[in-house]
Design a protein around this ligand. Structure first.
Ligand code: AMP
Length: 282
């Protein structure tokens, strides 16, 4: 496996691979890798000839009071893991390499980033879409893999690719969960044993919501009431939002028609966790 830290070198290597006729598959991450990340890379390995993974904790997607400095990092362990799943190139630039002095250009996807996490994290998606656009220009992938766990991010990136005519297939991948249902996340490392156990409640609440939908319930308010009730049974769970929205526009809906999602963000102590589940007619 090759490790590249300079953007120019990554671009040269990507161009070379393209000239050789290879399909470049790309998995961007912020590191501290778990099975969720690795599942994206395994799919990339199957579908591409050259598999690139990036590890970069992107400062522009964190708010001033958020956990950029505290975000977990372990490059040595990450490199071991990605080598095992067959990554060909790991791109791991420094902040100065990605944001040299004078940097001032951002990509903003407007509507789909305004609801859900966009309310409590107003600059988050602007940071995400900007860094992903940069990474796409550096890695030059044909295919890029993103998890449905970060559903709003996936929708925003699909929108950006479409709106800016980027010639890249964005592939959404299912959420990988712990045995008790908790969605895998690098931030789970912040949870102490007690909070970690309590966090499984989030997925249980989503499953309950989906069950109600499967039984024919179509009122968002009725489903949300039950989902909230399950979360609120845990006194220390601090709900940022629990919403049902259209799966494409991410606008709130009252009555579920077509494809929808139940999405939530809940703080367990200091750790903010997100999760979602898709509701669609079988
Ligand atoms: P992150 O390092 O948190 O920025 O995540 C990098 C990529 O991995 C994103 O596309 C995430 O959606 C995806 N990802 C994170 N957690 C999971 C998970 N539990 N299952 C599937 N994909 C995930």
């Amino acid at each position: 496996m090759e490790i590249i830290v300079q953007t120019k070198e990554m671009q040269r290597r990507a161009e070379q691979r393209r000239r050789e006729g290879m399909i470049i598959a790309f998995v961007p991450t912020m590191g501290y890798l778990h099975e969720g990340h690795l599942s994206l890379m395994r799919e990339g390995r199957k579908r591409g000839d050259c598999l690139v993974a990036s590890i970069f904790v992107n400062p522009t997607q964190f708010g001033p009071a958020e956990d950029y400095n505290r975000y977990p990092r372990d490059l040595k362990q990450d490199l071991k893991l990605i080598q095992r799943v067959g990554v060909d190139i790991c791109f791991t630039p420094s902040v100065a390499e990605m944001y040299p002095d004078g940097f001032q250009t951002f990509v903003e996807v407007e509507r789909v980033t305004q609801s859900l996490c966009g309310i409590s994290r107003p600059h988050h998606f602007r940071g995400v879409t900007s860094v992903v656009a940069k990474l796409f220009n550096i890695v030059k992938p044909h295919l890029a893999f993103f998890g449905q766990k970060d559903y709003q991010q996936l929708i925003a990136i699909k929108r950006m690719v479409k709106d800016l005519n980027m010639d890249i297939e964005v592939v959404g991948m299912p959420t990988i969960r712990e045995p008790d249902g908790l969605a895998m996340s690098s931030r789970n490392a912040f949870l102490n044993q007690k909070k970690r156990k309590e966090a499984a409640r989030l997925y249980r609440s989503l499953v309950k919501g989906k069950e109600l939908f499967a039984q024919g319930e179509r009122s968002a308010a009725t489903i949300l009431q039950e989902v909230r009730r399950i979360i609120e049974e845990e006194k220390s769970a601090d709900i940022d939002y629990v919403k049902i929205c259209d799966a494409h526009t991410l606008e709130d809906i009252e009555e579920i028609k077509g494809e929808a999602i139940i999405a939530l963000a809940v703080k367990m102590g200091k750790t903010r966790l997100i999760d979602n589940i898709i509701l669609k007619e079988e």
